[in-house]
Design a protein around this ligand. Structure first.
Ligand code: DGJ
Length: 715
């Protein structure tokens, strides 16, 4: 609920559970100035008003939603309501990823126009509500209607003021190989900030924050989620003020960001998806999962199950030839795998100069290395296809090695600050995607590769953070636009490629999960979740990821033991049971499997084929109440509630254990379910109230998957 105050200030009144009736809509005391508050107008201070979009230096000392510098040099500004419009449907955001609807009846959008007349600034706040979803998409557009330039120093996408509520904050933090741990902490007076200044959404912090009322658990309590549909630098803040009110903001990070807005030009901020849940964390997650699956991911693969793949990386690294890949495809096919992916190492002079296991050359030279792949990509793809399995390719197009033909030819295409030393990471630099010529070159180059042969899948990697942020193509007063312009350039390339190659399945990757964000999911419907493929680590990483992202978006692979990242040895069963929580794949030398392991993998694959629709398209419930016991559980239930799959993992043995009983969730209330392995028929109420007894083998690293089907909907 929004209120336009007497003099045009736009106040935030309420967001939460649907209200039957609301008496206080005149909201007389809203904005009444508290002690020592400077007055915006008589008796009224913006610092005491919950607002939809807060401004700078206009009697509100909390964080502003935007800061602009006008030609006078001043950064003072305030906005007044001008007009509003409501339409059915949801318009696309030019050049940016965003949620969408298939028909106008699925959503309604409110546009609220505010202006700062003195400097000719127009700000349009956009709100979309979706049919049958507790989600609101918000974004903001700035237009300079004046005759002088305006500099935008801060342009956040959302501002919400909660009046006098006590919250905990939940966010997803970590590092490379340790992405998206769930962090939950109380909010105290002051500001809690999470952000990325690394040029990408990052391994360290996901562009997401949630506020939780005290006592919230998986199933109960009020939760407010904020998820940013963007892949670059972001900031998310929760500020508790002097009166115990909380302001939440999310948007492009103002750090190193300034945008010169010329007269009659506009700047579009990316969107934030707000989700309200009165059903705890689980309710919030399922709302995000459904929305992102159906209204963010696009293309052919939105609605069809994802192939089981085998990736060459951990099995062969750079050490392979076309013949090895064809053999790999043959082994994979025998196991029931559907797609083979040739990872890093196939192009240019990639592994000619290796330091400490890292190649120092080749990125930018996207043609097959004839010594390794004599028949080119097209020849190899055909040979793989002849094995009866689809072919996929790894690329890392945003990067450039100093030791590459591309760099020697176009050193100015590299992102750099003139005169400053370059700072390589993984011996690579970043191509300047703020430049149109570089973007045109790259999209044509990749399109040509994809046109060459039957390539069914692309793994799009990006393996470094941004430093030396500068572009030779832009003047000094636009250098602070480069980080955002890079992301816009990337989105432009991806849009072009996914439109032309709509049959290709794209998976995004950034040193594993360094760019696992909704922006990337708009173009590529799955993401390699983490470079850490250890089953024990993966349980935590995948559960953390599931807070926002659906199972169908997570690439999850079974790899060899001892695990290459942790050295841990876990049973093949646990590794597969964990990988089946998302999109199953295998990433190990399939030619070296023992016959026992081969048979086990065949069984795993045929089992996954039976459950994957439920995992990939079903509702997910985290059965977290068990986590204190070193046991984790996840349940998926098909949309028609006929099929259930429950995963139970005991990562550490529990001595003197009395067994594990888990209560299932979200079942068809009058349903009767059978497991297929026993003749027992269990009622939904028994499964949800009494619970299901699960037997696990004793010892560390045991796991079980229980599959149940609804046999009747009435007892
Ligand atoms: C990082 C990715 O996350 C890995 O899976 C692999 O593709 C390497 N890059 C290749 O360089």
């Amino acid at each position: 609920m929004i209120k336009i105050m007497d003099e045009g200030e736009v106040a935030h009144v309420y967001w939460g559970q649907k209200l039957d009736h609301f008496e206080s809509l005149d909201c007389k005391d809203m904005g009444k100035a508290s002690g020592l508050a400077p007055l915006y107008r008589n008796g009224f201070s913006l610092g005491d008003l919950p607002q939809e979009y807060s401004s700078n230096q206009s009697t509100d000392f909390r964080e502003p939603s935007y800061v602009v510098r006008s030609s006078s040099g001043s950064t003072m500004s305030s906005l007044k309501f001008k007009s509003h419009e409501i339409y059915n449907g949801k318009a696309a955001l030019e050049g940016l990823p965003a949620t969408y609807v298939d028909s106008d009846s699925q959503a309604q959008t409110l546009l609220l126009t505010m202006t700062d007349e003195m400097i000719g600034l127009e700000v349009i706040l956009s709100y979309t509500v979706f049919e049958n979803s507790n989600a609101i998409a918000r974004s903001v557009k700035f237009t300079n209607n004046g005759s002088e330039n305006i500099s935008i120093l801060r342009a956040l996408s959302v501002n919400i003021d909660f009046v006098q509520r006590e919250f905990e904050v939940l966010h997803l933090a970590g590092s490379w190989l340790r992405e998206r741990s769930i962090i939950r902490e109380p909010l105290r007076p002051g500001t809690k900030t999470i952000q990325s200044k690394r040029g990408s959404s990052s391994h360290q912090h996901n562009p997401f924050m949630a506020l939780l009322e005290s006592g919230v658990n998986e199933d109960h309590g009020d939760v407010y989620g904020f998820s940013f549909v963007y892949s670059g630098n972001f900031i998310a803040q929760a500020e508790v003020d002097q009166h115990g009110s909380t302001r939440v903001q999310l948007g492009i990070n103002p750090h190193d960001f300034t945008w010169k807005l010329e007269p009659s030009k506009s700047f579009q901020c990316p969107e934030v998806i707000l989700v309200y849940s009165c059903n705890g964390m689980g309710g919030m997650s399922r709302t995000y999962h459904n929305l992102y699956r159906k209204h963010l991911c696009r293309g052919k693969y939105r609605d069809i199950s994802r192939p089981i793949l085998a990736n060459s990386w951990e099995g062969m690294y750079f050490d392979y030839t076309a013949d090895d890949i064809v053999d790999f495809a043959g082994y994979a096919k025998d196991l029931g795998i559907e797609l083979v992916v040739m990872d890093d190492g196939w192009f240019g002079n990639r592994d000619a100069h290796v330091i400490d296991g890292e190649p120092t050359s080749g990125l930018g030279d996207w043609y097959a290395n004839k010594k390794k792949i004599p028949d080119d990509i097209s020849g190899l793809a055909i040979r793989v296809e002849q094995k009866g399995i689809a072919f996929g390719l790894w690329i890392e197009p945003e990067m450039i090695s100093e030791n590459s033909e591309l760099y020697r030819k176009h050193p100015d295409w590299c992102m750099r600050v003139a005169g400053r030393k370059m700072h390589p990471s993984r011996y690579q630099h970043i191509l300047d995607l703020s430049r149109k010529d570089v973007c045109d070159y790259l999209s044509e180059l990749i399109a040509n590769i994809l046109r060459q042969g039957p390539i069914a899948y692309v793994k799009w990697d990006m393996n470094r953070y941004m430093t030396n942020i500068g572009s030779a193509a832009f003047p000094a007063d636009r250098q602070q636009e480069i980080g955002h312009r890079y992301i816009l350039g990337l989105y432009g390339i991806l849009e072009r490629l996914v439109s032309e190659f709509s049959d290709v399945l794209f998976e995004s990757c950034s040193g594993g999960g360094g760019r696992f964000d909704p922006g990337m999911l708009y173009y590529m419907p799955q993401t390699w979740t983490s470079d850490n493929s250890d089953a024990v680590s993966r349980v935590g990483i995948q559960l953390g990821t599931s807070i926002v992202y659906p199972a169908i978006s997570m690439g999850c692979h079974v790899s060899a033991v001892p695990n290459h990242q942790t050295g841990r040895i876990t049973p093949l069963k646990l590794r597969a049971d964990v990988a089946m929580m998302g999109n199953l794949g295998y990433e190990l030398d399939l030619g070296k499997l023992t016959s026992v392991d081969s048979e086990l993998i065949k069984e795993q694959i045929s089992f996954y084929k039976c459950i994957r629709n439920t995992v990939q398209f079903g509702d997910m419930y985290r059965l977290n109440e068990m986590s204190g016991k070193c046991v984790h559980g996840v349940q998926y239930i098909s949309p028609d509630r006929m099929e259930i799959v429950v995963f139970v993992y005991m990562l550490q043995a529990r001595p003197n254990s009395s067994g594990i009983r888990i209560k299932l969730k979200g079942l068809c209330p009058d349903g009767k379910y059978t497991s297929g392995t026993t003749s027992k028929i269990l009622s939904a109420s028994e499964l949800m109230q009494h619970g299901l007894d699960v037997k696990l083998e004793s010892g560390d690293h045991s796991s079980s998957i229980i599959q149940l089907s609804c046999c009747k909907t009435k007892m």
